[in-house]
Write a protein of this length. Structure first.
Length: 172
């Protein structure tokens, strides 16, 4: 009887250990969550005049984001004519030259690359594009995600002033 009880106990321990090792990774898997941010931005536009960037946009701002609370942002983007064969200063394309850094109040960061178009009418630009989350720091060190960005920017003032909305997903 003792042999049977000891054998049963050993098998139960093996089953429990195996189940723990198989279930733990599933429990730790990242799940995609909605991610939204509204950011008020200021942008200093620096003329360069030649490739790869005809203009550089130096961006800073503040706002709020889901999973982060109050945030600050900083980035530099490369701005070019959307159609290089037919330069039209009212239709531009932009992309991040380095990841946009979104910093939460506690210092944790999310890093984002982005690209899109900027259409200007009467001194106001309409922003449309997409973003990709490429990591971060703290609890966002392995963050991933993607989505769209939209907004507007008044380029008739220096620095240019605007607001962007980011809508998509984040996993961390």
């Amino acid at each position: 009887m003792r042999t049977y009880a000891a054998s049963l106990t050993r098998w139960l321990c093996v089953i429990l250990a195996t189940t723990t090792f198989l279930v733990a990774p599933v429990a730790l898997a990242k799940s995609s969550k909605p991610f939204k941010a509204t950011i008020v931005i200021s942008e200093f536009i620096q003329p360069i005049g030649s490739s790869p960037c005809f203009f550089l946009g130096h961006i800073s701002g503040t706002g709020n984001a889901t999973h982060m609370g109050k945030i600050s942002v900083s980035s530099t983007d490369c701005i070019n004519f959307a159609d290089p064969t037919n330069p039209n200063p009212a239709f531009l394309a932009f992309s991040s030259t380095e990841p946009l850094v979104i910093t939460a109040a506690n210092g944790d960061q999310v890093r984002v690359t982005y690209a899109g178009t900027f259409t200007i009418e009467d001194g106001v630009g309409t922003i449309n594009g997409g973003y990709q989350i490429v990591g971060g720091t703290g609890r966002f060190s392995k963050a991933t995600g993607k989505g769209v960005l939209q907004g507007s920017e008044n380029i008739g003032v220096v620095p240019a002033q605007g607001e962007i909305q980011i809508t998509g997903t984040i996993s961390y």
